[in-house]
Design a protein around this ligand. Structure first.
Ligand SMILES: CC(C)(COP(=O)(O)OP(=O)(O)OC[C@H]1O[C@@H](n2cnc3c(N)ncnc32)[C@H](O)[C@@H]1OP(=O)(O)O)[C@@H](O)C(=O)NCCC(=O)NCCS
Length: 177
């Protein structure tokens, strides 16, 4: 995978779309669902706070990337029947790491633990994809909320940068961190 494309809103390489997954840990219950026609409009309606807009692209941009690239796989984050967020994943064909990107929790639903629950659910759902080389993601250095969340979940900045974003990686289970 072209590292220049590997930033939070950009590129990876995915194969099988996952099914849905429900995490078995404390915090709000979320499910992750592949984005199909029934929930696409709800995903498109997701919005972050104005001061967060520079950290991410729009849902429309992310869904287009998933539609056209053959690389990223889109997942909606649901709390009950309500779509509250979005993320996408793809495996880097260069090193087999499983990238998470395009992560959004709707502004109206932030600060309730949904973001943490969504990342945990993704790690659980995508455990097979992350089993070889672990998980990776990137974020703007100024995005202290994202940095704190990812660090608390075992992602460690590596010193790599992608499109000027900090790259953090989480080794596969059993290999530390
Ligand atoms: C990053 C984001 C997905 C987190 O979603 P969330 O549902 O608000 O997150 P949570 O409620 O699970 O909180 C996760 C952690 O973020 C931190 N956090 C949450 N809201 C915060 C706030 N307003 N200020 C500072 N830190 C905050 C807390 O440290 C929290 O950790 P804790 O559970 O130990 O308290 C959300 O803020 C968002 O969509 N931001 C805009 C888009 C973005 O930056 N995406 C990431 C791109 S890499």
């Amino acid at each position: 995978m072209n590292r220049e494309d590997a930033r939070c809103p950009a590129d990876g390489h995915g194969e099988d779309a996952p099914g849905s997954g429900t995490p078995a840990h404390p915090g709000p219950a979320v499910t992750l669902r592949p984005v199909d026609a029934t929930i696409r409009s709800a995903v498109l309606a997701l919005a972050v706070r104005s001061e967060q807009a520079s950290f991410v692209a729009t849902p429309d941009t992310y869904l287009r990337m998933c539609d056209t690239g053959g690389v990223w796989q889109p997942l909606a984050v649901l709390e009950g029947d309500r779509v509250v967020g979005f993320l996408m994943w793809g495996v880097d064909e260069d090193d087999d790491s499983c990238w998470l990107g395009g992560f959004i929790v709707d502004a109206a639903h932030q600060g309730r633990g949904l973001g943490r629950a969504a990342v945990l659910a993704a790690l659980e759902l995508l455990v097979e994809q992350g089993s070889k080389a672990g998980f990776a993601l990137s974020y703007e250095a100024e995005n202290v909320t994202a940095a704190g969340l990812y660090t608390s979940l075992g992602f460690v900045p590596t010193g790599e940068r992608v499109d000027d974003e900090v790259v953090a990686r989480r080794p596969p289970s059993g290999r530390g961190a």
